[in-house]
Each structure stands twice: as C-alpha cells, then as structure tokens.
Design a protein around this ligand. Structure first.
Ligand SMILES: Nc1ncnc2c1ncn2[C@@H]1O[C@H](COP(=O)(O)OP(=O)(O)OP(=O)(O)O)[C@@H](O)[C@H]1O
Ligand SMILES: [Mg+2]
Length: 225
C-alpha cells in the first residue's frame, strides 16, 4: 500500500484540491484509494458530502489515531492512501509526514509560496522522509518568467513533479459537485493533468522501490570487498 501526504505550511496552495483530483485519477487507473482528511476545516469531508455514492472512502482521522488507522488499512485491499493536512505546522501535519512514503508539497508560482515550500521541505527532511513538489495554479502561459523561476527554484530544492498544474475552472467546478476533474470533464485539460500527475508519482514510487532493493545488494558488496 502506497501512502502520499499533501503537506505545506502555506494556506491555499491546493493541497485539498490536488488530493481529491489525484485520488480520482488514480482510482480511474485502477488503484483502490482511501482519502484521509486531517484538516479540522474538513474540506475533504465536505466535498465527500456533496458526492453521490461513496465508492471513494473519505475519513477524518486525528493525529493520535493515524498510525493505527494506517496499520488497519495495510491489512485491507486499499492500494493507495492519500492524506490531506492542515496548513501551518501542526501535530496533524507531523503525523501525516511520518506516515507517508512520499510528501507532496504544492506551491503556487509566487515568492511567498516558494519561501514557504523551503520551510516545509526542511521539516520533511528533518523527519527523514521523501518529498517532491508540484507547481499549482500556474497561469496558462506556463513559459512566463514567474513560472520558470518557480520551476527553477523547486527543481533546485529537489524534485518537481510534472506536469505544471494550471489554474483551471474545472478544478473548482468539479469540487462543487463532489467530483474530480477526471469525472467532471474527462476529456478536459485538468483531467489530463491529473492523469499525468498520477503517472509521475507512480514513476517516483517505482524508483524508490528499485533504490530500496538495490541498497542491500550494495551493502553486501561492500561487506564482501
Ligand atoms: N489548479 C487549480 N485551478 C483553479 N483553482 C484551484 C486550483 N488549485 C486550487 N484551486 C483553488 O484554490 C483555492 C485553494 O485550494 P485548496 O483549498 O485546495 O488549498 P489548500 O492548500 O487545501 O488550502 P488550506 O490551506 O486552506 O487547506 C480553492 O478555492 C481551490 O478551488
Ligand atoms: Mg485544504
């Protein structure tokens, strides 16, 4: 079971929107997804109430109960857990970082978001966890200098997921109906962005897995030398 946490100290950068949209893109690709809402604002819980049918489970879980909940999910058929966290440094964000295999840090292409991303990255690194960035709410002209500066800064900090996520009405409209873009406008650009984002994350998971399996071989080779 893979675990992703959306984390950043910066409010409004798109954690909840991306958690939902990615969850549905991954589900479309065959994953059995479980969404965990750790934000007292309960964005995911409210979104789920607007949703007809409950084929995508969403549960609010407190930091103290998270390790147990994850252990239970490990025993189930769930293949992917996506955790949404509150902004600012809270026990919920810490618990989510510790539980995740990889933390995704969304940032808008603004200096305030980029500065904040640096703080979040340091926190995740101090907990010894993997992380990557996603640039969200980019203007449609992605080749603007502001976006390119954002790309450069996040790549320098260690790993930017593709694609750049553009500011699109589909993300907001889909959420209004308790949907993700892949359901609301399956042929739309937002839907395709989310499919590509899931592919990028899957590639990262595969890389992490092959690095982890190579590590014992390296240690054995050193011992034999
Ligand atoms: N790619 C996007 N295109 C258009 N609107 C977006 C996009 N991403 C996020 N938004 C909008 O930006 C606002 C903030 O997004 P969201 O609530 O997902 O951020 P958040 O990081 O979860 O915020 P909080 O820190 O309050 O939890 C919302 O109104 C959402 O609809
Ligand atoms: Mg949120």
């Amino acid at each position: 079971m893979r675990k992703i946490a959306f984390v950043t100290q910066k409010g409004g950068s798109g954690k909840s929107t991306l958690a939902i949209s990615l969850a549905l893109a991954a589900q479309e690709a065959g994953e059995r997804v479980f969404l965990i809402d750790m934000d007292p604002q309960r964005s995911l819980g409210n979104w789920a109430s607007a949703r007809e049918g409950n084929e995508l489970p969403v549960e609010f879980i407190t930091p103290a109960k998270l390790p147990r909940a994850i252990a239970e999910l490990e025993k189930s058929k769930i293949s992917l857990v996506i955790i949404d966290t509150p902004s600012t440094e809270t026990p919920a964000a810490d618990a989510a970082i510790k539980a995740a295999d990889i933390c995704v840090i969304p940032a808008r292409p603004t200096v305030f978001d980029l500065w904040s991303s640096e703080l979040t990255r340091s926190k995740i690194k101090s907990l010894g966890k993997e992380f990557c960035f996603v640039l969200n709410q980019c203007p449609p002209m992605a080749d603007s200098q502001r976006v390119q500066d954002g790309v450069g800064a996040l790549e320098a900090m260690g790993g930017l997921l593709s694609p750049l996520v553009v500011s699109r009405a589909d993300y907001q409209e889909a959420a209004r109906y308790g949907l993700g873009p892949t359901e609301y406008a399956p042929e739309g650009k937002a839907a395709n962005e989310m499919r590509q984002l899931w592919s990028s994350l899957k590639r990262r998971f595969n890389k992490m897995k092959s690095a982890a399996t190579k590590e014992p071989a390296k240690i054995a080779a050193k011992k034999a030398a």
